[in-house]
Design a protein around this ligand. Structure first.
Ligand code: NAP
Length: 320
């Protein structure tokens, strides 16, 4: 008998066909008002779940006693309680590597957009303010030759370091749990304590996973250590930063600006104080959101799912 998969993310026809050849597939559209109710109805009897951006907590997992595998279409696994999954004997898989370069591009887009005030000044032109040549009030700050501080030197951190060192002639400093001798050799990166990184970097870029250890990693005290001309870039997860402390630091110009792809609450409320600040560039969690990369992530998630259901260990098993 075919195993049963619940899909809560749309897939391209070819990927859906691959899943359907191996399993009975129920598709649930969580954007619909009845999406969660339909998911709950589909969970009993499900052997596999494939999707993203949903907190799969105990109350949902309790409805799925047959569940063997969750294939997350993401590299971040902060939506899952891995200890609980271990206890239930459920394998969790993710999609690392295929999104690394695209997410690093997003990081650099935010670095450039904030430093050179791209969004603010593009709107300024649109609003008819470009009446004469620019003055210091419109000047930005350079990116090339500056110091990039990377918090979390993993796959995405390294891809940022490469862009910074090879493309922009930047000095790279980083804070990570373990030293990264390869990254140091390739890009001249230096490992420093978090406080030193915050004090020295012109751009602080967050690429740590969200965990108990990184939640609130950047709070009031840490923001106070940053240079007044420094810019914070967050492409990891919103809860790594104390958002109210960041709003205060930006409103008082304690730091120059922030480029933010992730927020404590997503979608970001349209009345968020962050959206009133000219020194903030806010993007809607676009880290990996290109057609090619999202397709590669979906393919990876399908491969992981099919391997697990066939009794093989998936290439990207996070636990088990
Ligand atoms: P990764 O290769 O696992 O890198 C994460 C790095 O963070 C590791 O090098 C790890 O250090 C370091 N780290 C973990 N906990 C730390 C701590 N407490 N203090 C300092 N460093 C710590 O992961 P990745 O593929 O680069 O992805 C990183 C994160 O980016 C994901 O978990 C996800 O949340 C986020 N992300 C966001 C988007 C987006 O759309 N904005 C897209 C993709 C990913 P060690 O190696 O020393 O253990």
């Amino acid at each position: 008998m075919k195993k049963r998969i619940v899909l809560y993310k749309a897939l391209s026809h070819d990927l859906l066909a691959r899943l359907q050849a191996a399993a009975e597939v129920t598709t649930v559209d969580l954007a619909r008002p009845d999406g969660m109710a339909r998911l709950r109805d589909a969970l009993p009897g499900a052997h596999g779940l494939l999707g993203a951006s949903l907190r799969l907590d105990a109350s949902l997992l309790d409805l799925a006693p047959e569940l063997e595998v969750i294939s997350s279409v993401s590299v971040g696994v902060d939506n899952y309680d891995i200890t609980d999954l271990d206890r239930r004997g459920i394998v969790l898989t993710n999609t690392p590597d295929v999104l690394t370069e695209t997410t690093a591009d997003t990081g650099f887009a935010l670095i450039l957009a904030t430093a050179r005030r791209v969004v603010e000044l593009a709107n300024w032109v649109r609003d008819g303010h470009w009446q004469s040549s620019l003055g210091p009030a419109q000047f930005g700050s350079d990116v090339h030759g500056k110091t990039l501080g990377i918090v979390g030197m993993g796959r995405i951190g390294e891809a940022l370091a490469r862009r910074a060192a090879a493309g922009f002639g930047m000095q790279v400093i980083y804070h990570s749990q373990r030293p990264k001798p390869d990254v140091e050799a390739r890009y001249g990166a230096r490992r420093v304590a978090l406080d030193a990184l915050l004090a020295q970097a012109d751009f602080v870029c967050l690429t740590v996973p969200l965990s108990a250890a990184t939640e609130g990693l950047i709070g009031r005290k840490e923001l106070a250590l940053m240079k007044p001309a420094a810019i914070l870039i967050n492409i990891s997860r919103g809860r790594v930063v104390d958002e109210q402390a960041l709003i205060d630091a930006l409103e008082t110009r304690r730091i120059r600006g922030a480029g933010l792809d992730v927020f404590v609450q997503e979608p970001l409320a349209v009345d968020s104080p962050l959206l009133r600040l000219a020194n903030v560039v806010a993007t809607p969690h676009i880290g990996s959101a290109t057609e090619d990369t999202r397709q590669a992530m979906a393919r990876c998630a399908v491969d992981n799912m099919l391997a697990a259901l066939a009794g093989r260990r998936p290439a990207n098993a996070v636990n088990g």
